[in-house]
Write a protein that binds this ligand. Structure first.
Ligand SMILES: [Mg+2]
Length: 277
């Protein structure tokens, strides 16, 4: 990727992070740690890699995206608003009574394909979409983003088995490998050690990358597109809370709301990051 394009994506990631912390501070709820962890993956997919736009929501050739770790919906809302799927002002209703902008993705929101966030379901739906593309002779690609805590769900591995069995090379999955989940480290709760070997054993092409590095994410998605005869899983080694120092790597920030003072500090850190780009 050209340096200029990389810088523009990095600036976009800062803007999305600013929107996330603002939305959560204002609403008084949200999964801030996982949102900040997954931001760079969403930015690369939505601003560089995926063939999606508000104008082609009905186009059968559009790429498909499923945020299986649906708790990170604030990050997805911020991206979809910025892409013009709906007016940005609507985000001010997030988590308010009667708003369609609830705490998990739902398909009443323009741009969201699938209701998700009941963990462990997204990859199965993605396998179905990828199989459908093959059966219908269509060229779209399917992307699924899971959490690492989510991989403790048995249904993830049924889907992994099916994806490998059907050699779905039009399917790319991400594991947001931030090593934390709601109740502790993944290694304490249900180890994901040797995640790479596990996925490979199910017949997947496995790429392990620094998951908050936009250039690395983009290279991995390109490589997945070129890989034939296997689905690809990208183990994105991320930092939960990435971009805001006091949120990074803190299990308590899985679902916690910044105080006014913390919110100001977060904005300052993000502004400093933006100025450095
Ligand atoms: Mg996690």
């Amino acid at each position: 990727m050209e340096q200029q394009e990389l810088r523009s994506l990095q600036k976009k990631a800062v803007a999305i992070r600013r929107e996330i912390v603002t939305m959560i501070h204002q609403a008084g709820t949200g999964h801030i740690g996982g949102d900040l962890s997954v931001t760079d993956i969403l930015v690369d997919l939505y601003y560089k890699q995926m063939n999606v736009s508000p104008e082609q929501q009905k186009n059968p050739e559009r790429d498909r995206f499923i945020l299986s770790k649906g708790h990170s919906v604030e990050a997805l809302y911020a991206v979809l608003a910025d892409k013009g799927y709906f007016p940005k002002e609507e985000l001010e209703t997030y988590a308010q009574y009667g708003s369609k902008f609830i705490g998990h993705p739902n398909n009443k929101i323009p741009g969201i394909e699938v209701n998700s966030g009941s963990l462990g379901h997204g990859l199965s739906v993605g396998v179905g979409m990828a199989l459908a593309a093959r059966m219908d002779g269509r060229g779209y690609r399917t992307y699924v983003v899971m959490g690492d805590g989510e991989c403790a769900e048995g249904s993830v591995w049924e889907a992994a088995m099916a994806g490998g069995h059907y050699k779905l090379d039009n399917l790319t999955a991400f594991v947001d490998r931030n090593r934390l989940q709601i109740s502790g480290t993944t290694e304490e709760v249900m180890t994901q050690d040797s995640a790479e070997e596990r996925w490979a054993a199910f017949g997947w092409n496995v790429l392990s990358i620094p998951g908050n590095d936009l250039a690395a994410i983009d290279d991995a998605v390109d490589l997945a597109k070129r890989t034939k005869g296997k689905p690809t899983v990208i183990i994105a080694n991320t930092t939960k809370g990435c971009g805001v120092s006091f949120i990074e790597n803190q299990v308590a920030w899985h679902h916690k709301v910044p105080t006014d003072e913390q919110y100001q500090k977060a904005l300052e850190e993000l502004a400093a990051k933006e100025a450095s780009l």
